[in-house]
Design a protein around this ligand. Structure first.
Ligand code: HPA
Length: 238
């Protein structure tokens, strides 16, 4: 396949920066472009999955929606890495807390992601592949997070294949006991494809709801927490 790809309009690789920040929601990508980037150009309209390139403190950065779940987001991760020569994707999303000490609006950085997704079964057979981020990017996130005074947890996350799942309590109890911090739906796919292609990836999340307490954050509170996550991602982007 050449460019433009099936799902991305950009006619030249130059339209997309080497680092792409990816929220699930394309309107959040637009929000970041409108509020944090300068000299913005739009490079994607296909399927409403808006993508923009601009500058943050002089650094050229792209931001684009990924959609929800591994099947949607993996299409974009693949096309950006393989056909547009993107080197680094930072997923910025929301997640549901699975631990008592991880509260609404806290940030979580995925030191690894486990999943019920079967994408790696054909690749590794009975061997389970441990998905991990780029270490230097994660280190930079750790240092920058301290500088910004953010409450950031560095833990393993669950990338669930279904938002409305029928997970038996026994299994969710085990996930909690084994320290899984929170549940989201894309990072296992991102870390897998990045390792396969020798690219860089990191997943950063804002806790938007808690499976422990049943709380969901208000839209107003969410905005501040998301701003912290976006700033962190923009600061560590290279
Ligand atoms: N489950 C899956 N993905 C999510 C959740 C959740 O509870 N919250 C935010 N993203």
């Amino acid at each position: 396949m050449g460019i433009p790809t099936t799902h991305i309009d950009a006619k030249s690789k130059d339209e997309i920066a080497k680092t792409v920040l990816m929220p699930g929601d394309p309107l959040r990508a637009k929000y970041i472009a409108d509020n944090f980037l300068e000299d913005v150009t739009q490079f994607n309209h296909t399927r409403g999955m808006l993508g923009f390139t601009g500058y943050y403190k002089g650094k050229r950065i792209s931001v684009m929606g990924s959609g929800m779940g591994i099947p949607s987001s993996l299409i974009y991760f693949n096309e950006l890495f393989r056909f547009y020569d993107v080197e680094c994707i930072i997923r910025i999303g929301t997640a549901g807390s699975m631990q008592e000490n991880i509260n609404l609006r806290d940030l979580v950085i995925a030191t690894s992601a486990c999943s019920d997704s079967s994408i790696n079964e054909a690749v590794f057979g009975k061997y389970h592949f441990s998905t991990t981020p780029d270490f230097n990017l994660m280190l930079k996130a750790y240092e920058t997070s301290k500088e910004l005074g953010l409450n950031t947890h560095f833990e393993q996350v669950l990338s669930a294949d279904q938002f409305y799942d029928d997970m038996p309590k026994e299994i969710s109890d085990n996930l909690v006991q084994y320290g899984i911090a929170c549940v989201e739906m894309e990072t296992y796919g991102l870390y897998s494809i990045a390792k396969k292609l020798g690219k860089k990836a990191l997943g950063i999340f804002t806790i938007s709801d808690s499976l422990v307490t049943g709380e969901t954050d208000s839209a107003e509170n969410r905005q501040t927490a998301y701003t912290n996550m976006m700033k962190l991602a923009l600061e560590i982007a290279e």
